[in-house]
Design a protein around this ligand. Structure first.
Ligand code: ZN
Ligand code: ZN
Length: 122
């Protein structure tokens, strides 16, 4: 995306992809996971259907507050990346979106490929 120039909007207007990636960046700010912060946006026909971010499910103590023991062990250096993922309570961003809507077409995740398991849900 080009530098914002208030005098020439046409040159700074983001593409759809840039626009939705920025939406995902905003959603990422709400992540409550200690180990990794991910945001995602579901888009259909250039309309934003839902956003999501990763973290512990509703009703569970936030990961940043100690809700996920696996993430704590990971942050304390007791686990390597990718180990014991099945013990992680943190829901992936794509799955969190599914809690909000049930009709989906496309996922745009930031910096990471959508998780294969959750891509099947989409
Ligand atoms: Zn976590
Ligand atoms: Zn976790």
């Amino acid at each position: 995306m080009q530098e914002r120039n208030m005098l020439n909007w046409n040159k700074v207007r983001p593409t759809w992809d840039e626009y939705f990636m920025l939406q995902a960046e905003i959603a990422k700010l709400r992540s409550n996971c200690l180990t990794r912060q991910i945001g995602a946006v579901i888009v259909r026909d250039n309309r934003q259907i839902a956003t999501g971010y990763n973290g512990t499910p509703p009703g569970i103590l936030n990961c940043i507050d100690g809700g996920c023991k696996r993430c704590q062990e990971r942050m304390n250096g007791k686990l390597n990346s990718g180990v014991n993922l099945e013990r992680c309570l943190c829901t992936h961003a794509e799955a969190m979106q599914l809690c909000n809507v049930h009709y989906l077409v496309m996922v745009q995740a930031l910096r990471v490929q959508p998780c294969i398991v959750h891509l099947h849900l989409v």
